[in-house]
Design a binder for this molecule. Structure first.
Ligand code: NDP
Length: 280
């Protein structure tokens, strides 16, 4: 599998980095709203890193898992459908990359204790955790706000917000023990601008961005950086449910948006904190 070319780019929107110099530069960029960055990915850039990926069985999470493994990381694959996780596991092993681990867990029903146990297992098996990509989420239904069902609202909030809250709470103490750690949330185009009919999903992504900002601010002077990715339109099952008539070839494939996913897990992004980054 060849996922990468050497010269890759993504755009950065907003706000803050650790150093005063970076703040000045980013502030300037913010005034211009958007700036394109170039990022060269070197092979083995994630060697010796242990990275948890939620929603690793399909779509963007699956591609992130394959990509991180290709770049040398040991990946922990969390998702709700075991067969999908096993397929990713087999693909990684088949490609000769570090052996991954599988964590079957439905975020909808998981408890605080599940996340605490998960974290202890990771640390006891792998010794450390360098990164977590909180990618899994559910779309719910696209419908007028007055017709959003209470059940869907609660399910979406459970998976997209409450699970991220409990998981982040459980992971942070271990992430802080790594030399340099990255916690990455997943937002959306409707995560900072509400859009008609996107109901619970849009609200959940605003909450995700809020959570990212709160945690990032609390750990600003630590070895942990916390950011959010807005993937942009990407051909996956979720995108197909939202836009069933869309031509899949007209939008990005998951592998196209990997540069930002790699950048945020690599030490190259050590100084980047509290940002909402566009993958395309
Ligand atoms: P997919 O629906 O293709 O994949 C979602 C993944 O999350 C699947 O592996 C799914 O597992 C897992 N998942 C869903 N619900 C649960 C749950 N309750 N417990 C555990 N795992 C669960 O989505 P995408 O890859 O498109 O989306 C990835 C992220 O990117 C999401 O946060 C999404 O909101 C965001 N995003 C995507 C965009 C796009 O255009 N694709 C645009 C903007 C944001 P299983 O397969 O087993 O159900």
């Amino acid at each position: 599998m060849a996922v990468f070319v050497n010269e890759l780019s993504f755009s950065v929107e907003n706000t803050r980095q650790h150093s005063a110099e970076s703040s000045r530069i980013i502030g300037k960029l913010y005034q211009q709203f958007i700036h394109m960055f170039d990022y060269s990915i070197t092979p083995e850039i994630l060697a010796n890193k242990t990275i948890l990926i939620t929603g690793a069985g399909a779509g963007i999470g699956r591609q992130a898992a394959l990509t991180y493994a290709e770049l040398g990381a040991t990946v922990i694959l969390l998702g709700k459908t075991v067969a999908k996780l096993e397929a990713v596991y087999d693909e990684i092993l088949g490609n000769g990359h570090p052996e991954p681990a599988i964590v079957p867990l439905d975020l909808k029903g998981a408890t605080k204790q599940n996340y605490i146990d998960l974290t202890s297992t990771i640390v006891s098996q792998f010794g450390k955790l360098d990164g977590a990509l909180l990618n899994a989420s559910m779309l719910g239904e696209l419908t007028p706000f007055t017709q959003v069902s209470e059940q869907i609202w609660h399910d979406v909030m459970n998976v997209n917000v409450n699970a991220q809250f409990l998981l982040a709470q459980a992971l942070i103490p271990s992430l802080l023990k790594a030399e340099s750690a990255s916690l990455v949330f997943t937002s959306s185009g409707v995560g900072n601008k509400g859009k008609a009919y996107w109901g619970a999903y849009s609200v959940s992504k605003f909450a995700t961005e809020g959570m990212m900002q709160v945690i990032a601010d609390e750990y600003e002077n630590s070895s942990l950086r916390v950011n959010a990715i807005n993937p942009g339109a990407t051909s996956t099952n979720m995108r197909a449910s939202a836009y069933p008539a869309e031509n899949k070839d007209s939008i990005a494939a998951p592998e196209d948006i990997m540069p930002l996913y790699v950048y945020l897990m690599s030490d190259d992004s050590k100084a980047v904190n509290a940002q909402r980054l566009n993958a395309q």
